[in-house]
Design a protein around this ligand. Structure first.
Ligand code: SAM
Length: 227
């Protein structure tokens, strides 16, 4: 087949898969139009190895190297929706990983800060996000459990790895009326965590809401799990 025709057919197929993913997200109560639009704009296949492109829109985690994973679309959708994002928000992501969640956030706000502990994953994510044309992401390689004090406070913080407790440094770097969403709970192999939303009140106190059950790789760092 003509390579150009083949490429166009493949693009149309991925677009159809993305539309089906959006329909299944809506059936799971992910209905925020801005979240759906962002996830509809990001080509998820770009964030996984070529051999996994045909699996990119299935609702499951996929390997990205360094024994880490790209989160399943329904969890990305649920976490992004729980953040209740406005376009002017300054957002911090802990765990850049493949860069997919960062791309979804970058579709929704002016500036996204993202920290990853593996430089190999950060480099790869930066390359993909650059090729896709995202210019509103600022990256750091390091221990995200300590946050990014020089850039704080953040209106929204998303932690895409699990720890028994939410790092205090990240709660401190949350702006008044800010929201932090994170998986919290045990981290041994196959453990299940609770997806938590922390909302900082005007007086500095923090309100906690349980959002459901999830399964994440460990948040490894000084205020997370020991390496
Ligand atoms: N958001 C990612 C995506 O869209 O692909 C999913 C990331 S994966 C579930 C969790 C990521 O958190 C891994 O890449 C892991 O290396 C990273 N991570 C774990 N502990 C970290 C820490 N203390 N600081 C920064 N990144 C960390």
């Amino acid at each position: 087949m003509n390579p150009k025709v083949y490429k166009n057919q493949l693009l149309a197929q991925r677009q159809l898969q993305r539309q089906r993913m959006l329909s299944s997200l809506q059936q799971r109560d992910i209905t925020n139009p801005a979240v759906l639009q962002a996830m509809g704009n990001v080509p998820r296949e770009a964030f996984v190895a070529r051999a996994l492109h045909s699996n990119a829109y299935e609702d499951r985690v996929l390997p990205i190297g360094e024994q880490q994973t790209i989160s399943m679309p329904s969890v990305v959708g649920a976490m992004t929706q729980a953040l209740d994002i406005q376009r002017n928000h300054k957002v911090l992501e802990i765990g850049t990983g493949s860069g997919y969640q960062a791309a979804v956030l970058a579709e929704m706000v002016r500036r996204v800060f993202s920290i990853e502990r593996y430089s190999s994953l950060s480099d790869q994510a930066q390359q993909v996000l650059g090729e896709l044309g995202y210019t509103n992401l600022i990256y750091k390689v390091g221990d995200g459990t300590l946050g990014w004090p020089e850039q704080a406070p953040f209106d929204r913080i998303i932690i895409t790895a699990a720890a028994p407790e939410v790092p205090q440094a990240l709660l401190e770097q949350l702006a008044p009326e800010g929201i932090l969403v994170a998986p919290v709970g045990p981290v041994q192999t196959d453990a299940i965590q609770t997806l938590m939303r922390y909302t900082k009140q005007a007086d500095g106190s923090v309100e906690e809401t349980k959002l459901g059950k999830v399964q994440f790789v460990p948040l490894v760092g000084k205020q997370g799990v020991a390496a």
